[in-house]
Ligand binder design. Structure first.
Ligand SMILES: Nc1ncnc2c1ncn2[C@@H]1O[C@H](COP(=O)(O)OP(=O)(O)OP(=O)(O)O)[C@@H](O)[C@H]1O
Length: 285
């Protein structure tokens, strides 16, 4: 079966409030799928349902063909989860933290050094977690989620609040894990991260999926490449690239030697988000 995660009309209500509305997804094995949306869009709720921590109000979800409600025990053995809150034991060493979870999974002891090697943290085994930066803790969180050698990984906002270098390292780690054949679902409100990492991207807003496709196709469909012309006087003209309007503007300005510089701006996932939701997705949202 080449679909690892499938949901059919998944919905979740908290009281009368519908946090997730009719979400239907189908995620291919060995790919990175992103749920992009602002705070409160329903991303964490969707992950909680998929990782068997919360039953849906209606609809169904399957991981590797197993039902998230009736096959929860089996599913938990084959998934790894990293939530946004870093719930490590601060007073314990890296080794002690991982050993605690290793025992829960019944994984061999040597797995601890394997997962630490995978995230480049092997030499910190004896150090207490409380001495670490947020980026280092995130690596330990990922290594912990790898202890049971999961087929599917769920990463809730993996790059959130990290310094640029750690964020880059974590992104590379996620790509490496995909290379090893893992299926990865990430949630993010970071558009660059979504564009860079995801094979397939769903825009989620107020609980509903607005559209999903590869980032390239989404940009083609909803975004617009733009031609930017700056004149010698400092005026700036922007117009959709490769259109009559843009070539007319360019010709007119260049006839009068008015052009100072010209460059083009490619469509971004931000353009896609604005088109689909009518809102801007800021880093704080
Ligand atoms: N246990 C709960 N009870 C009531 N409402 C909740 C509960 N958990 C989440 N919600 C609400 O459901 C909506 C979706 O929340 P969710 O955490 O899934 O969004 P999110 O996209 O993951 O955002 P964030 O990044 O802030 O976690 C929000 O409006 C939130 O306030």
């Amino acid at each position: 079966m080449d679909k690892e995660i499938v949901t059919e009309n998944l919905s979740k209500k908290y009281g009368n409030f519908e946090a997730v509305k009719n979400v239907s997804l189908s995620i291919k094995k060995g790919t990175i799928f992103g749920l992009l949306g602002p705070n409160g869009a329903g991303k964490s709720t969707t992950i909680k349902i998929l990782t068997c921590q919360l039953p849906p109000t209606s609809g169904t979800a399957y991981i590797g063909g197993l039902n998230t409600v009736s096959d929860a025990v089996k599913i938990k053995k084959k998934i790894g989860v990293v939530f946004e809150s870093q719930n490590l034991y601060e007073e314990l060493s890296v080794y002690e933290n991982l050993n605690f979870f290793r025992r829960l999974y019944n994984s061999p002891k040597k797995r601890i050094s394997e997962v630490l090697k995978a995230v480049g943290m092997e030499r910190y085994q004896k150090d207490k977690v409380k001495t670490f930066s947020k980026g280092m803790k995130q690596k330990i969180m990922i290594s912990r989620a790898l202890l049971n050698d999961p087929e599917v990984l769920f990463l809730d906002e993996p790059g959130s609040g990290l310094d640029p270098r750690s964020a880059r390292e974590i992104r590379q780690m996620i790509l490496d894990l995909k290379e090893q054949g893992k299926t990865i679902l990430i949630t993010t409100h970071n558009m660059e991260e979504a564009d860079f990492l995801c094979d397939y991207l769903a825009i989620i807003h107020k609980g509903s999926i607005r559209d999903m496709d590869t980032p390239t196709n989404l940009k083609k469909r909803y975004g617009e490449d733009v031609l930017i012309i700056k004149t010698v006087k400092g005026d700036i003209y922007e117009s959709p690239l490769n259109t009559k309007t843009s070539s007319d503007i360019y010709e007119k300005l260049s006839e009068n030697n008015q052009v100072s510089f010209v460059h083009s701006k490619e469509a971004t996932i931000e353009d896609v988000f604005i088109k689909l939701t009518g809102e801007k997705l800021t880093d704080e949202s």
